[in-house]
Design a protein around this ligand. Structure first.
Ligand code: HEC
Ligand code: HEC
Length: 245
């Protein structure tokens, strides 16, 4: 385990290619292919969804993930590593399976994602992550015009995004729609831009259609709004004794 942690630290500091001599991640045909079928029920993805995940049994498997995503799942406010805590097991399993099969590119994480031995361990780790409360001190939009950006973003979000991502950013577990509440502003902005531009190859085609015409300015506003959302009952309690803002 120590060795894995050291590798993870090296991976944060260096480009992945200089650290790992292992084979590169596979490259599966994604959204650019006409045969692409989003969330196709087969292989490891289906097997992990069918397996029963138990949070307690996933704690150990999560250890290597914590090197980047932190033991709390909080990731980093600068958006390099996403917040994971409280995410739906279905979404976690889909993203992990997609990364493992090369449908979503993530060269930094790939060598670690490969460490999970089988669909059962994937299910356990996903159950563990889902059981964590969502930290409340994530990265938000911090410009002086935050109030205007959030108001503009709310208007856009409620037109075309709320149908799937829901009022409080809670997504939809059964449909693989991710939780957005508590996610870092910079991560949201990067993912939306990549989804719009066709670079997140495992994306949902219906969302891609919706987000295609959005300008960078509009994505900034929506990200500002989304990072202001919170899901009642799923957020961590502010730390006892923490300073009042
Ligand atoms: C070396 C750092 C690193 C390690 C270790 C790591 N990850 Fe990641 N992970 C990342 C990065 C970077 C991203 C975001 C990639 C991007 O921008 O698309 C990510 C993204 C994810 C996502 C997608 C989140 C979303 O909202 O779309 C999931 C799920 C995830 N990681 C789970 C895990 C799990 C489970 C483990 C342990 C088996 C793990 N990660 C280990 C760096 C890491
Ligand atoms: C048809 C349902 C649907 C609609 C409409 C939709 N989304 Fe999504 N969204 C999804 C799904 C499904 C994913 C995960 C895709 C995948 O499988 O990788 C996603 C992913 C995302 C992510 C990345 C989250 C993460 O954790 O990586 C962001 C940000 C996002 N959507 C924002 C938006 C915004 C903004 C809009 C409105 C302009 C929107 N979505 C409209 C279904 C939808």
């Amino acid at each position: 385990m120590k060795k894995i942690m050291a590798l993870a630290v090296a991976a944060i500091l260096l480009p992945a290619t200089t650290v790992f001599a292992g084979p590169p991640a596979p490259h599966a045909a994604g959204i650019e292919s006409k045969d692409y079928q989003w969330a196709k029920m087969e292989g490891e993805f289906k097997a992990a969804l069918d397996a029963k995940g138990e949070p307690k049994k996933g704690e150990e498997g999560y250890e290597i993930c914590g090197a980047c995503h932190l033991p709390s799942g909080a990731g980093r406010p600068d958006g390099t590593f996403p917040q994971l805590a409280g995410q739906h097991t279905t979404v976690l399993i889909k993203q992990m399976a997609d990364i493992r099969m090369g449908l979503r590119d993530n060269p930094t994480m790939y060598p670690f994602a490969k460490e999970l031995v089988d669909p059962q361990e994937l299910a356990h780790v996903a159950a563990y992550i889902e059981s964590l409360c969502i930290p409340v001190d994530h990265g938000k939009y911090e410009g002086p015009d935050a109030a205007q950006q959030i108001a503009k973003g709310k208007e856009l979000y409620e037109k075309q995004c709320v149908e799937c991502h829901k009022k409080n950013g809670e997504g939809d577990k059964a449909k693989f729609y991710p939780v957005i509440a508590g996610q870092h502003y910079k991560y949201l902005l990067r993912q939306m831009t990549e989804i719009r531009d066709g670079h997140r190859r495992n994306a949902n085609p219906d969302m891609v259609k919706v987000i295609k015409p959005y300008t960078n300015e509009q994505l900034v506003a929506i990200s500002a709004y989304q990072s202001s959302l919170s899901m009642p009952g799923s957020m961590c309690k502010p730390k006892a004794g923490a300073k009042k803002k």
